[in-house]
Design a protein around this ligand. Structure first.
Ligand SMILES: NC(=O)c1ccc[n+]([C@@H]2O[C@H](COP(=O)([O-])OP(=O)(O)OC[C@H]3O[C@@H](n4cnc5c(N)ncnc54)[C@H](OP(=O)(O)O)[C@@H]3O)[C@@H](O)[C@H]2O)c1
Length: 340
């Protein structure tokens, strides 16, 4: 999503910014926008269809598709769809599959793609695919700086390489990878933001052992985003990182929503509960993702996938009803084997 101006506002101004940015973001959210964290009940979709995209990848979806579930970035009020895509398994031999996946994601209304300078071919594959499909401006691209070494200038070469490989003039989000060099990098990243090379900045981890350090950084720096590990099988982020993000107005990307596929192994042979339909959940992937995005601190989850079938399954969690607090407890109890 390449925008002409930075719409950063104070937290008090978030509501006003939400209204002001609605027109700007409406081109990005191809369906009617619900308020953040809300959705409409799903009914049987009719067989007639209508186009939802204006770009080259225009397709038809059922007229009665519920709206996308969207969340606001606290530092700007900009809305994002709550289900994105992670890309650390993107490799050159999957290039065609990835292009098909990104095309389908755009058709389904997905916007956020997370990559990293350290993810092998990932940035180059994404940049090439979006350029050849002509849909770069439809996406919100998040990447991460490579770790530092004493011999390397801090971060600058990494940023330049990411911009080149992603074939873009400006990144939507630049993150410090695993807090590596965070104190040195964040002031530089603030400069790059002022210069318009990045729109938002943030910090990532995927280890519970780093949550305390992440929380320290959240308390002492101005961040737009954090990225952290969280799933129904790993709820540690609920104790510190997620409430702190709400308190300080920091957007949250969630990685490892499937515990690197370990949740699917644990779910093997288990049936979904019959009440899953009450929250428009039709697969275990959707159960895991709806659980994550229903936490009020969570802005967007980035499940990793390398196939169109998995992408479609995951994007299925981007619409329909969102679990409330009581339903979240019910989901936990069922997953933990405490209730039927
Ligand atoms: N420190 C950091 O900053 C950090 C660390 C880790 C991850 N991340 C980011 O977070 C993203 C997510 O993490 P992850 O990819 O490692 O783990 P994950 O999202 O928890 O799990 C990915 C695994 O789930 C499988 N999968 C995806 N959708 C599925 C579905 N609908 N049904 C069955 N299996 C499905 C994938 O298989 P297929 O590949 O076959 O689709 C893959 O094996 C990464 O891609 C990366 O962008 C960041």
């Amino acid at each position: 999503m390449e925008h002409r101006s930075d719409s950063r506002v104070t937290r008090r101004g978030v509501l006003a910014a939400s209204i002001a940015t609605a027109a700007l973001t409406s081109r990005l959210l191809r369906a009617a926008e619900p308020p953040p964290g809300t959705s409409t009940p799903s009914s049987s979709p009719p067989t007639t269809s209508a186009p939802i995209n204006k770009g080259p990848a225009t397709v038809s979806v059922p007229v009665a598709s519920p709206p996308l579930i969207t969340k606001a970035i606290p530092s700007s009020g900009e809305w994002l769809p709550a289900i994105g895509l992670g890309s650390d398994a993107f490799r050159n031999d999957l290039r065609e599959d990835i292009q098909a996946e990104l095309k389908r994601m755009n058709e389904l209304g997905g916007v956020v793609v997370d990559t990293a300078a350290a993810y092998g071919d990932s940035e180059a594959i994404i940049g090439g695919a979006l350029e050849s499909l002509g849909i770069r401006e439809k996406f919100f691209l998040a990447t991460k700086l490579v770790g530092e070494s004493a011999a390397q200038p801090i971060g600058a070469e990494s940023l330049a390489r990411s911009l080149e490989r992603l074939r873009t003039r400006r990144l939507d989000l630049l993150q410090v990878h695993n807090l590596n060099g965070v104190t040195e990098l964040l002031p530089r990243m603030q400069e790059w933001k002022k210069e318009g090379r990045i729109r938002y900045l943030g910090v990532t981890t995927s280890r519970t052992s780093q949550h305390a350090e992440l929380a320290d950084v959240m308390r002492t720096h101005r961040l737009d985003f954090v990225q952290v590990d969280y799933s129904i099988g790993n709820r540690e982020a609920e104790s510190t990182v997620l409430p702190l993000a709400q308190e300080r107005g920091i957007a949250v990307l969630i990685n490892l929503p499937f515990g690197r596929a370990s949740l699917f192994r644990q779910a093997a042979g288990r049936a979904l509960p019959p009440w899953a339909a009450d929250i428009d959940v039709a697969s275990w992937a959707q159960y895991f993702l709806k659980y994550v995005i229903s936490h009020p601190a969570v802005t967007c989850v980035i499940p990793g996938s390398t196939s169109v079938a998995h992408l479609e399954d995951n994007q299925g969690a981007a619409r329909g009803r969102v679990p409330d607090a009581a339903m979240r407890r019910r989901m936990e109890d069922y997953w933990d084997g405490k209730a039927a």
